[in-house]
Design a binder for this molecule. Structure first.
Ligand code: HEC
Ligand code: HEC
Ligand code: HEC
Ligand code: HEC
Length: 409
C-alpha cells in the first residue's frame, strides 16, 4: 500500500498547478456573509455545514459555480448565496478560505458556536477503523475504488479540484455521500457509482474516519468483507492452451502488438472475457471462433493458467508523456473524464475482484484499438458502460497520449 501511495503522490505532484487568481484579503472582506454559517475562518459550528478552511481554492470555486448555475449541485441555502457572486468574488473567497489553517485550534473559534446542537443524534455509530480500511482499500468485489486514490492520504488530496476531506464534519460527509448515492448531487461519475454501493453503516464509518484521520493513524485498519475470486486448474488450463499459442504465445505474452498479452492478467477478468466472447456480449469474430467449443470448466482453467504466467515488460520510453500522465492520475473534471487510476489503480495493475483489467505492460496498439472500440461502441461489455462513458470523451490525441504514458508505468 505504501508503494502505491508514494507512486500516486509522485504522479499527482506535478498536476498541482494553480490557475485561479484570487485575492485572499479581498476574499476576507467578502466572507462576512458566509461567516454566519461557515464561521469567520471557515470552521463551521453546524455539523451539516461544511468546513471551508484549508479546502482547495479550485474546488471551492468549482462548487460555487455549481451552486450558481444549478447544473450539478442544487442546494436551497447555497443557491441564493452563490447567485450574487461574480467570478472574481468566487476566486477571492476561494483564496481566503484556502489560506485558513484546517485545524480550528490554530485558526480561532468559529462564529456562532452557540448553534452547534442542531444535528440530529446519529442513528448509526460509525467505526473509524472500518472507515479507514474502506478509505484506503475500497472494495474490489463491489467495484468501489479506494478513496485514497483521489482524496489523498488521510484525506488531503493532491489534485486541486478533488476536495480535501480531512477534519470535515462527519454529518456533512454522510450527507454528501447519501446525496451522491441518491443522485441529488450528481456531477461526478466516480462518486455516484462508488457511493451507490455504500451501505449506511459504511457511510457512517467513513464519516467517523474522516473526522480526524490523523487521530487514528496508528489504529490498524479493520477489514470488513472477504473477497471471492474465480479459481481454475492451472495444469488443465495449460493442456487446453495449444490453440491459443498462434496468437497469444505459449505463455500468454503475445509478440504481435494487435493481439493482447494475457499473461499475468487477472483470472476473473480473463474468464469474464472468454464467457462474453462466447455469448457475443464482447463482439469479436476471431475470438468467438476460438471459444465456441470451450466448456465453462475449460474457460476457468485457461484463465487460471494464463493468470499464473508472468507478463513480459514493455520498453519504457525515455520521457514520460505528461498529458497522458495527467489524464491517467487526475482525469479531466471539465470534460467529465474520471481518472483511469481510480479503477485501473495507480500502478496500472487493475483490481482482480472488480474485474478491472491490468493495463501495465500491455501492447500499446492493442490498448489503442480497445479505447477506440469502447468509444465507437463496438466493444460494449463493460459493466454499467463505465469504460464507454469515459472513452466517448477521449479525442484521438488523448488516446495517443494515454497509450504512450502507459508504457512508463
Ligand atoms: C445560511 C447558511 C449559509 C451561508 C450564509 C453560506 N453557506 Fe455555503 N453552505 C451552506 C450549506 C448548508 C452547505 C452544504 C450544502 C450541501 O449539503 O450540499 C454549504 C456549502 C458550501 C460550499 C461547498 C463546500 C464543499 O465542501 O463542497 C461552499 C464552497 C460554500 N458553501 C461557500 C460559501 C460562501 C463562499 C458563502 C458566502 C458567500 C457561503 N457559503 C454562505 C450554508 C451556507
Ligand atoms: C476517481 C476519483 C475519486 C474517488 C476514487 C473518490 N472520490 Fe470522492 N470526490 C471526487 C470528486 C472529483 C469530488 C468532487 C465532486 C464535485 O466537484 O462536486 C468528490 C467529492 C467527495 C465528497 C464531497 C466532499 C465535499 O466537500 O462536498 C465526499 C464526502 C467524497 N468525495 C468521499 C469519497 C469517499 C468516501 C470515497 C471512497 C469510497 C471517494 N470519495 C472516492 C473524486 C473521487
Ligand atoms: C487467431 C488469433 C487468436 C487466437 C488463436 C486466440 N486469440 Fe484471443 N484474442 C485475439 C484477438 C485479435 C483479441 C482481441 C479482440 C478484440 O479486439 O476485442 C483476443 C483477445 C483475447 C482475450 C481478451 C484479452 C483482454 O485483455 O481483454 C482473451 C482473454 C483471449 N483472447 C484468450 C484467448 C484464449 C484463451 C485462446 C485459446 C483458446 C485465444 N485467445 C486464441 C486473437 C486470438
Ligand atoms: C470506473 C472505472 C474505470 C475507469 C475510471 C477507467 N476504466 Fe478502463 N476499464 C474498466 C473496466 C471495468 C474495463 C473492463 C471491461 C470489461 O469487463 O470488459 C476496462 C477496460 C479497459 C481497457 C481494455 C483492457 C483490455 O485488456 O482489453 C483499456 C485499454 C482501458 N480500460 C483503459 C482506460 C483508460 C485509459 C482510462 C482513463 C482514461 C480508463 N480505462 C478508465 C473500468 C474503468
Amino acid at each position: 500500500m505504501k508503494k502505491v501511495i508514494v507512486s500516486l503522490v509522485l504522479g499527482l505532484g506535478m498536476l498541482a498547478t494553480a490557475n485561479a487568481q484570487g485575492d485572499a484579503e479581498a476574499g476576507k472582506a467578502k466572507a462576512a456573509t458566509c461567516a454566519a454559517c461557515h464561521g469567520a475562518t471557515g470552521h463551521s459550528a453546524v455539523d451539516t455545514y461544511p468546513n471551508l478552511a484549508g479546502q482547495h481554492a479550485e474546488y471551492i470555486v468549482k462548487q460555487l459555480k455549481a451552486f450558481k448555475d444549478g447544473s450539478t449541485r442544487s442546494d436551497a441555502v447555497m443557491a441564493p448565496m452563490a447567485a450574487g457572486l461574480s467570478e472574481q468574488d468566487m476566486l477571492d473567497l476561494g483564496a481566503y478560505f484556502a489560506s485558513q489553517p484546517i485545524s480550528p485550534s490554530e485558526g480561532g473559534a468559529a462564529v456562532g458556536g452557540e448553534t452547534a446542537a442542531v444535528a440530529a443524534p446519529a442513528a448509526i455509530v460509525g467505526d473509524a477503523a472500518a472507515g479507514k480500511y474502506l478509505y484506503e482499500n475500497g472494495d474490489e468485489a463491489r467495484a468501489i475504488g479506494a478513496c485514497i486514490g483521489c482524496h489523498g492520504k488521510e484525506g488531503a488530496s493532491d489534485v486541486l479540484i478533488y476536495p480535501n476531506l480531512a477534519k470535515q464534519h462527519p454529518e456533512y460527509i454522510e450527507k454528501q455521500l447519501t446525496q451522491f448515492k441518491e443522485g441529488t448531487r450528481d456531477n461526478n461519475y466516480a462518486m455516484s457509482s462508488f457511493a451507490g454501493q455504500l451501505t449506511e453503516q459504511e457511510i457512517a464509518d467513513l464519516g467517523a474516519y474522516l473526522k480526524d484521520p490523523s487521530a487514528v493513524a496508528n489504529v490498524v485498519a479493520k477489514k470488513t468483507k472477504a473477497v471471492a475470486v474465480v479459481t481454475g486448474d492451472i495444469e488443465l488450463g495449460k493442456a487446453k492452451s495449444a490453440t491459443c499459442v498462434a496468437c497469444h504465445a505459449a505463455d500468454g505474452n503475445s509478440t504481435i502488438a494487435m493481439y493482447p498479452k494475457i499473461a499475468g492478467q487477472h483470472e476473473s477478468y480473463i474468464y469474464k472475457q472468454l464467457v462474453e466472447f462466447k455469448s457475443g456480449a464482447r463482439n469479436n469474430a476471431v475470438m468467438a471462433g476460438m471459444v465456441a467449443a470451450l466448456s465453462d470448466e475449460d474457460m476457468k482453467n485457461l484463465s487460471a493458467y494464463f493468470a499464473s504466467q508472468t507478463t513480459s515488460k514493455v520498453a519504457k520510453p525515455e520521457k514520460v508523456n505528461e498529458a497522458g500522465r495527467k489524464l491517467y492520475f487526475g482525469g479531466d473534471s471539465e470534460r467529465g473524464i474520471t481518472a483511469c487510476a481510480a479503477c485501473h489503480s495507480p500502478s496500472g495493475e487493475g483490481m482482480q475482484a472488480a474485474k478491472f483489467p491490468a493495463l501495465v505492460n500491455q501492447h500499446s496498439e492493442y490498448i489503442k484499438i480497445q479505447l477506440e472500440q469502447f468509444r465507437s461502441g463496438v466493444r460494449a461489455n463493460d459493466m454499467n458502460g463505465m469504460m464507454q462513458n469515459i472513452a466517448v470523451k477521449l479525442t484521438d490525441e488523448d488516446i495517443a497520449n494515454l497509450t504512450e504514458f502507459l508504457k512508463s508505468l
